[in-house]
Design a binder for this molecule. Structure first.
Ligand code: NAD
Ligand code: UDP
Length: 324
């Protein structure tokens, strides 16, 4: 039986969608949590319920500037994640990924802390290997509108592995595939939040392209379990490791599921496909299964129902679609 050890954990981006669920989980496990966020896309509402916990602290700070902290573990999640937000100020997005990684690695090197990087399936770009395995180098347009995010995350990965080789820093790199659930920003333009809020408001469902492009959607609680298992794994497990749900569907089918589950009478309208939108994406999670004993447990309908409940409350019991 292993003894419980309370750790001091720094979570950057802790007021965001994934970060707030992670802070909650770490506090529940009995750890001390320092949430660092500049509230660019995160919201104080996401962490309001944690503020009364004496083990929880917050700091407003931009990780593209230096930070000193004395911690045992760092989860580096700070970075806008939706195309709408990361394209708003692309230079700042790059600074957040690259300088943020440099600063977090610096803390890890000085303190001996483990440092976890929230990388992304976007490092694979518009992939021509399918499903994506971690040894695939990717197909990223370095000049396109998504590059500030994709290349920033790729550079951050390079920094992590160079730090490991050069300084022996204890790194943990995961590549996250599309994840959804409560506390997604309702206006960040991502597909799950868009479709659900559109359905609940009775607005048109905006399907880009012909809806034949595929994605695989992971429910947030499954992802957070993967984060913690990765952090707790042996030092020689550095990643990169894909974390995502391997159940791949066309985006059109997601629209149909949301319509069915909300009972909404919204219509589907077809809009142009954004530039460089990947045509297919699905994780190969063999590594996560073998090294972490991890795989998603929550099915799409179940996760969508929980998300619909959240957005329904957020919109103020809204449109009456669910209730009547
Ligand atoms: P989010 O936008 O909800 O959270 C990002 C958080 O980082 C926000 O609270 C924001 O205010 C904060 N932030 C942004 N720039 C900052 C800066 N310079 N300094 C301090 N804080 C800053 O997005 P999310 O979905 O929770 O994503 C969290 C992480 O996971 C991101 O790094 C993202 O790239 C990665 N990721 C998410 C997904 C997904 O499907 N949700 C997929 C792949 C990767
Ligand atoms: N999408 C869509 N309608 C929307 C928002 C997104 O059809 O209102 C599509 C988008 O073109 C992409 C997929 O849904 O093919 C997932 O988009 P998202 O921005 O959520 O994440 P991505 O996987 O592109 O980073």
């Amino acid at each position: 039986m292993s003894m419980f050890v309370r750790k001091r954990v720094l979570v950057t981006g802790g007021a965001g969608f994934l970060g707030s669920h992670l802070c909650e989980r770490l506090l529940r496990d009995g750890h001390d949590v320092l949430c660092v966020d500049n509230y660019f896309t995160g919201r104080k509402d996401n962490i309001a319920h944690l503020l009364s916990n004496p083990n929880f602290e917050t700091l407003r700070h931009d990780i593209s500037t230096p930070l000193l902290a004395e911690v045992d573990e760092i989860y580096n999640l700070a970075c806008p994640a939706s195309p709408k937000h990361y394209q708003y100020d692309p230079v700042q997005t790059l600074k957040t990924s690259v300088l943020g990684a440099i600063h977090m690695l610096g803390i890890a090197r000085r303190t001996g802390a483990r440092v976890f990087q929230a990388s992304t399936s976007e490092v694979y770009g518009d992939p021509d290997v399918h499903p994506q395995t971690e040894d695939y180098f990717g197909n990223v347009n370095p000049l396109g509108p998504r590059a500030c995010y994709d290349e920033g995350k790729r550079c951050a990965e390079t920094l992590f592995f160079d730090h490991r080789r050069q300084h022996g820093t204890r790194i943990k790199v995961v590549r996250i595939f599309n994840t959804y659930g409560p506390r997604m920003h309702p206006d960040d333009g991502r597909v799950v939040s868009n479709f659900i809020t559109q359905a609940l408001r009775g607005e048109d469902i905006t399907l880009y392209g012909d809806g034949g492009q595929t994605r695989a959607f992971c429910y947030v609680s499954d992802l957070i379990e993967g984060f913690v298992r990765m952090m707790d794994s042996d030092d020689d497990i550095t990643g990169p490791i894909n974390l995502g749900n391997p159940h791949e569907i066309p985006v059109r089918e997601l629209a149909e599921r949301v319509l069915a589950l909300t009972g909404s009478r919204s219509r589907i309208v077809y809009l142009p496909l954004p530039q460089d939108d990947p045509t297919q994406r699905c994780p190969d999670i063999t590594r996560a299964r073998n090294l972490l004993g991890w795989e998603p447990q929550v099915g799409l309908d179940d996760g969508l129902r929980r998300s619909i409940d959240y957005f329904d409350q957020l919109l103020g019991g809204r449109s009456g679609v669910l209730s009547g």
